[in-house]
Design a protein around this ligand. Sequence first.
Ligand code: HEM
Length: 141
Amino acid sequence: MYQHQAEIVDASIKRAKERCNANQLALQMMTTFFQHFPETAEIFAPFDLNKVSLIKFCKVGDALLDAVKHPDYSVTATEEELYRHLTYNVRDTGYYFGLIDAYVATIQTALGNEWTSAENEAWQDTVAGMRFNINQASQQL
Ligand code: HEM
């Protein structure tokens, strides 16, 4: 079942990248994120957003795919990520949830009316898995 969900999620990311280029999607994700969490602009201030957005977009996608492909052990990678982000003073799990939601909204918007109910379900499960990982990981900090 998880494998099927992972295939759907993977395919929709690839289709979104065919519709819009990855840089555009990455900037859209960050714009949506900053609209909801304007105070986080300060965290990104030392970095060139044009450069880091694409990396962030790819890494968030990888983390989501990891969560749905390996629900049994992907929490370990999430723990490492949360630990590493303490360096940037990112402590609030709400920010992680917000960035993930911005990622999914970006993919959904790129696909427009091609977005199917199967995709909706697969993404909801994937996000739930990632949220679980983040909640678990945050308890280890
Ligand atoms: C699931 C969510 C997230 C994942 C998977 C993730 C992943 C990563 C990774 C892998 C890097 C290192 C990039 C590199 O190799 O150079 C990074 C850097 C960084 N992250 Fe995140 N991150 C997430 C959420 C967040 C959030 C919520 C914030 C801030 C509110 C944040 C702020 C930063 C900053 C400031 C950097 C350094 C600049 C950069 O290299 O992009 N991250 N993140």
